[in-house]
Design a protein around this ligand. Structure first.
Ligand code: ADP
Length: 483
């Protein structure tokens, strides 16, 4: 991997705590999911180092939050610029450890940088309020102040962007930050730390602790020095960690699993719907929490949609993401490919019809062929669980009411998509879908300028946009008596 980088120094293999690079005798191997080759090693740290990182973040807090917002913004902006300047190297590291095609990895670098740029601007727009008082001799002031030390646990599917969309608003608000990245993709997080250091983020303000998830997680969710915990990952782990946070009543933000419906009405533009489906379903091999998971297609549209989608995915080049022409890379782990296979077999046993794929891909045992199924029962595993793989499961519906009811039949509530040409129906469905985000005639909804987040069991809080600052600010009332 080093040989592929213009700046080999971005391949850091130590953790970053209190502005120092930290090594350990025990190390964890990081591998390339496309080839199984070991790319490097990171320290296998535990509770002690997590406590050191939290202590360092706490020690750095007073000076960081006292700085004028503009100064913090300038540093954040520089950090974002450095991501863009090193986009090729960061994308190479990201693809090597994560698997997504290089073009997608480059897209993620830009997306990750955009959060730093956006929040560098928002830093200066934190406003307090004065409220008309309830008595003549009182004045009521509302302050918005940084919550303090923020701890984050992030997943492997967006190894850079899931960190910057948390660290961006945290640092902008005046908080300090400790992150435990996924053990599957720590190299991207450490490259990010190298660039934070270069951008002038002071020691202790941004810390990366690699290693034992449970041991580090225990400290991050129970330490009295941590004021806020923010997590992106699976629903089960998120619920468990959020529960631990209640022991010290931390502020909590969660971005958990989705089970996104993708509804295609028979008046929709077929070519656009297929384009949106490809973007929403097959990006990152289907491993995003906003990926379409359940395709609800109006009866007359099922055959043309399934055929067109199937024709498109049959043209995919599946393989190593580092090869220039790859459309679809591997899944993150063998167990992920096994789960996809289990879901597909379950659907077929339940009477589903196979249009393409339906098996592991010859590129290797972490690869799954892009798959299109129709006549999938709403009782199938593909519907009940988040498949997190390259499988489009189509279920027919007759009426708009039926589509909405089926779409809302989930404990998840992150993203939903609708394709229809009818303007009134666009409004009705946007309003009635019980989701945090609804894409209408588009399969891509994520941008740093808009609020990202879920309802129901998909999460708490919002990331991105001006609203994304709220998760890192406490509200304080000042009630002043005047004579
Ligand atoms: P995914 O399906 O995205 O792998 P996980 O929830 O397993 O979802 O992982 C998301 C993050 O949560 C990763 O950084 C992982 O290391 C971390 N994690 C998983 N289990 C635990 C745990 N018991 N305690 C703390 N962190 C955990």
């Amino acid at each position: 991997l080093t040989a592929m980088l213009r700046q080999p120094r971005l391949l850091r293999q130590e953790a970053y705590i209190g502005g120092a690079w930290v090594d350990a005798d025990r190390r964890l191997a990081v591998d390339n999911p496309a080839t199984d080759a070991v790319l490097g090693y990171v320290p296998d740290l535990g509770a002690g180092e997590a406590e050191r990182a939290v202590t360092a973040a706490n020690a750095a807090l007073a000076e960081w939050k006292a700085r004028p917002a503009k100064e913090r913004g300038v540093i954040l902006r520089r950090w974002g610029e450095l991501l863009n300047e090193h986009a090729d190297d960061l994308a190479t590291i990201l693809t090597a450890e994560q698997g997504k095609p290089l073009a997608e990895a480059k897209g993620e670098v830009g997306y990750a940088a955009a959060f730093l740029e956006w929040f560098s601007e928002e830093a200066r727009r934190v406003m307090g309020e004065m409220i008309a008082p309830h008595q003549a001799d009182r004045r009521l002031l509302v302050f918005r102040q940084p919550v303090g030390v923020v701890a984050a646990i992030t997943p492997w599917n967006f190894p850079l962007a899931m960190i910057t969309r948390k660290a961006g608003p945290a640092l902008a608000a005046g908080c300090t930050f400790v992150v435990k990245p996924s053990e599957l993709t720590p190299l991207s997080a450490l490259a990010l730390a190298a660039l934070a250091e270069e951008a002038g983020v002071p020691p202790g303000v941004f810390n990366v602790v690699t290693g034992d998830a449970a041991a580090i997680g225990e400290v991050l969710t129970t330490s009295e020095l941590v004021n806020k915990f923010t997590f992106t990952g699976s629903t089960a782990v998120g619920k468990m960690l959020a529960a631990k946070c209640m022991g010290t009543v931390k502020r909590v933000s969660l971005e958990l699993g989705g089970n996104a419906p993708f509804i295609v009405f028979d008046d929709a533009d077929l070519a656009e719907a297929v384009k949106g489906a490809l973007a929403s379903k097959f990006r990152n091999s289907g491993q995003t929490c906003v990926c379409a998971n359940r395709f609800l297609v109006q009866e007359a549209m099922v055959a043309p949609f399934a055929e067109a989608l199937s024709a498109a995915v049959e043209g995919f080049v599946v393989g190593n993401g580092l090869a220039g022409n790859t459309d679809q890379g591997p899944l993150i782990a063998r167990s992920a490919a096994d789960r996809v296979g289990r879901h597909v077999r379950d659907a077929l046993a339940g009477g589903a019809m196979l249009h393409s794929g339906g098996e592991q891909h010859q590129a290797g045992d972490r690869f799954y062929a892009p798959t299109v199924l129709s006549a999938v029962s709403p009782d199938a595993l593909l519907w009940r669980e988040e498949t997190f793989g390259p499988v489009a499961a189509i279920t027919p519906f007759a009426s708009e009411g039926e589509a909405i009811a089926l779409a809302n039949r989930s404990r998840a509530g992150l993203a939903a998509y609708v394709y229809t040409a009818d303007a009134s129906r666009q409004w009705r469905t946007m309003e009635q879908l019980a989701y945090g985000m609804v894409g209408v005639n588009t399969g891509l909804i994520s941008t740093e300028v808009a609020p990202f987040g879920g309802i129901k069991e998909s999460g708490l809080g919002r990331e991105g946009s001006h609203l994304g600052m709220d998760d890192y600010l406490n509200i304080k009332l000042g009630c002043l008596a005047v004579q």
